[in-house]
Structures are given as structure tokens and as C-alpha cells.
Design a protein around this ligand. Structure first.
Ligand SMILES: Cc1ncc(COP(=O)(O)O)c(C=O)c1O
Length: 384
């Protein structure tokens, strides 16, 4: 079996990840972090503090207090969007967004009267039409939120340029790093990202069920959840201190231990080396697809992209192609719609869907060679 669905979740992890999760669950020495002074609690606090230190290093966050854990990037994005946007505010997003941005924004539009605008991208080149940003700004625009990279095509958005624009217009800049954390170089201070939302189970190689929010400086965000925090028990409100302010309830220590091992892998290997290895493989796929004029490739080649290669064969339903790849070669792709409706609307693939292959640093040339053979066979059969 060959796994090319790493944009959904990385199924193959560094061995240290499962070992770290197992250690927390199996050793009988990890209690509830920050709840008491016993070694049980301290063990867990050490795991959590170490993970915050690593994430601080990876994303250049000014301090560990500015990193709150959540269960995934969906929760992170819901927390910050619903905790910041009030009636009468306006937000800008892009047509590249995943539903984890679109749906909270549309919910806020329906329930709180928040206004929302979406910046388009060019369907021929994939380029985000940043020259149109200024037209979208209104006197009540509070923030701009965008994905760092499209989960459908792998196109990496020009976040330095967008950050500069946000600073010029006094807008908060929120980035959904679901597809890039652990893959692209992300420096929230250098770029000027006010809020970075990440998920642990994709290119950070952690388990599912852990994500987070990194702030560049303290911000007033109304918590999405309130509850026990282990501190200020007689305060009926959530404590103001970060990261606790955004961490109601027992946090996911086994998940954080696994994430920490995944982040170690990324820090040890280096994002630049990870990208170079994956790019070599995606280039092999792109070269093969380019041999066939009746294949439309959506992933651009002349700009930065993640480990995604997306395509369609004429008007063949993408789900059928994905099923064929699985049935004939046990290649797992993600073929169909990808929780990013505006991308499919832009490309006109609402009905057809798109075939997405997404690679990680655990994929090999040998696996890609099987895929290349499969593509050759698919094209021979389609011409017959
Ligand atoms: C761009 C983007 N944002 C958000 C998400 C949601 O991630 P999670 O399910 O981990 O919250 C995904 C997952 O596919 C994604 O690709």
C-alpha cells in the first residue's frame, strides 16, 4: 500500500511519536499537568512545557505563554475568529480557504452580523490576486485570515506580502498553517503574523487530536470554552493569563507528547531538507503528468508549493480515478471535493472533483515510480 494522502493526515509517523504517546499512557507516572505538585503532575507539566519550548523555536514565538494548545486547527480557528469578531466587524479571507475558516466566518455572518469578503485567485495560474486586496478593505475591517497553502493544489500564498498589507491597514493577520507547519519556514515575528493556528497531525507528524494557537503578542480573545484550569478556582471567569485563558479543561498530554516527538523530527531534519526531499518526488510526478496534454494539472510549477500534486484526466470523475488508483495499485489519494468549496468553484470542479496526491518526507522514489507506472497504464487504458 502506498500512502499519498498526507495533506489529510500523515499516516506514517516517526517511530518516536508512538513511543512518546505510549510512554505517557503506559508508564503510570503522568498525571494532570499543572494541577498539583506531585511528580505525576510535574511529569506531565514537563512534557507540555518542553513542547511549548519546541514550538517557540519552530515558529519563533516570543514566549511560551503565547502558545495555547487546542485539539486541532479547526478549534484554533474557531477560537480566534469567534473570540475576536463582534457585530459590525468585517473580515477578509480568500477563495483558497478550507471550511475551517469559511464555516466559522459564515456562522458569524449569520449569527452575529459580521461582514466577510473573499479575495479571489487566478484560475489559470493559481496566483492570489493580492492587487485587489485594497478594494476589499472597509472602515470596519478588523482582520484578515488566510490559509498559508491551499489544501487542494498546494499553492503557497504570499504571506509576507499579505502581512505587509495588514500592517499598513492596521488589520490583525491570522494564518491557518494546517498545510505548512513543519514544512514551510514560519517565523511569526519576522513575517508579522499576529496569530498562527496549527494542527499537529499533518506535517508536524504528531497524532490526531492536538493543535494550537501561537500569538505574536498578547491579544484579547474571548475564550471559546470555559472551565477548569487548575488555577484561580474561585474566579467565575477564565483566568486572563495566557496560555491558560484559552485552555479550559484537561489538555491532551499524550497528544502533546506525540506532537513533541514529531516536532523534534522536524527540527532535527530541518524544514529545508524536508522540502527538498518532497520536492524531488513531486517534480517526478509533475514531469510524468506533463507528458499528457489531456491531463490538467492544478498545482503550479513556477511558484512555491507544498507536497501536493493535483490533477484531472479530461472530464473523468476524480473519485473514479482515485478508486482506480486504489483498486489497481493500492495507492491512496484524496479524490473528490476537499473541504475548500471556493477552490472547486473557481476551477469549475464542483461536480468532477480533483485528484490530489500529497506526499510527506516518508514517501520514497520507489513509491513514486509505482505511481508513474500507474499513470502510464491509466493513460493507455483511457486511450483504448
Ligand atoms: C488548510 C486547512 N485548514 C484546516 C484544516 C483542518 O484541520 P483539522 O481537521 O486538523 O482541524 C485542514 C485539514 O485538512 C486544512 O487543510
Amino acid at each position: 500500500m502506498i500512502y499519498f494522502d498526507n495533506s489529510a493526515t500523515t499516516a506514517i509517523k516517526p517511530k518516536a511519536v508512538s513511543k512518546a504517546v505510549y510512554e505517557v499512557l503506559n508508564s503510570g507516572t503522568y498525571g494532570n499537568p499543572g494541577r498539583d505538585s506531585s511528580d505525576f503532575s510535574v511529569h506531565s507539566s514537563d512534557v507540555v512545557n518542553h513542547a511549548r519550548e519546541q514550538l517557540k523555536e519552530l515558529f519563533n514565538v516570543p514566549s511560551t505563554e503565547l502558545i495555547s494548545f487546542t485539539y486541532n486547527v479547526t478549534e484554533s480557528l474557531n477560537t480566534v475568529l469567534k473570540g475576536l469578531l463582534q457585530k459590525g466587524d468585517h473580515a477578509i479571507a480568500t477563495n483558497y480557504e478550507h471550511n475551517s475558516v469559511i464555516r466559522p466566518l459564515e456562522q458569524l455572518k449569520a449569527n452575529r452580523g459580521v461582514e466577510v469578503s473573499y479575495l479571489p485567485f487566478d484560475k489559470n495560474t493559481g496566483r492570489l490576486e493580492t492587487e485587489k486586496l485594497a478594494e476589499l478593505v472597509q472602515p470596519n475591517t478588523k482582520l484578515l485570515v488566510c490559509t498559508h497553502a491551499s489544501n487542494v493544489t498546494g499553492y503557497v500564498l504570499p504571506i509576507d506580502e499579505i502581512a505587509d498589507f495588514c500592517h499598513e491597514h492596521n488589520l490583525l493577520f491570522i494564518v491557518d498553517a494546517a498545510q505548512t507547519a513543519g514544512y514551510e519556514d514560519i517565523d511569526i515575528q519576522k513575517t508579522g503574523i499576529d496569530i498562527l493556528c496549527f494542527t499537529g497531525h499533518k506535517s508536524l507528524y504528531g497524532p490526531q487530536g492536538i493543535g494550537g494557537i501561537c500569538l505574536r503578542k498578547p491579544l484579547e480573545i474571548e475564550p471559546l470554552k470555559s472551565g477548569g484550569t487548575g488555577i484561580q478556582s474561585f474566579n467565575p471567569a477564565m483566568p486572563d493569563e495566557l496560555p491558560t485563558h484559552l485552555e479550559a479543561g484537561t489538555i491532551n498530554v499524550p497528544g502533546i507528547a506525540g506532537l513533541s516527538a514529531g516536532v523534534s523530527y522536524v527540527l532535527d531534519h530541518g524544514t529545508e531538507n524536508i522540502r527538498a526531499g518532497v520536492k524531488h518526488l513531486t517534480d517526478m510526478i509533475q514531469d510524468k503528468l506533463a507528458e499528457f496534454p489531456n491531463i490538467k494539472v492544478y498545482t503550479p510549477r513556477d511558484v512555491a508549493t507544498t507536497g501536493v500534486v493535483s490533477f484531472n484526466l479530461e472530464d473523468v470523475n476524480a473519485a473514479d480515478v482515485g478508486q482506480w488508483l486504489w483498486d489497481e495499485y493500492q495507492i491512496a489519494s484524496r479524490s473528490g471535493a476537499h473541504c475548500a468549496p471556493k477552490v472547486h468553484e473557481t476551477y469549475g470542479t464542483v461536480e468532477q472533483g480533483i485528484v490530489r496526491l500529497s506526499l510527506s518526507s516518508f514517501n520514497t522514489e520507489a513509491e513514486v515510480n509505482v505511481l508513474l507506472k500507474a499513470i502510464d497504464q491509466m493513460m493507455t487504458e483511457s486511450e483504448a
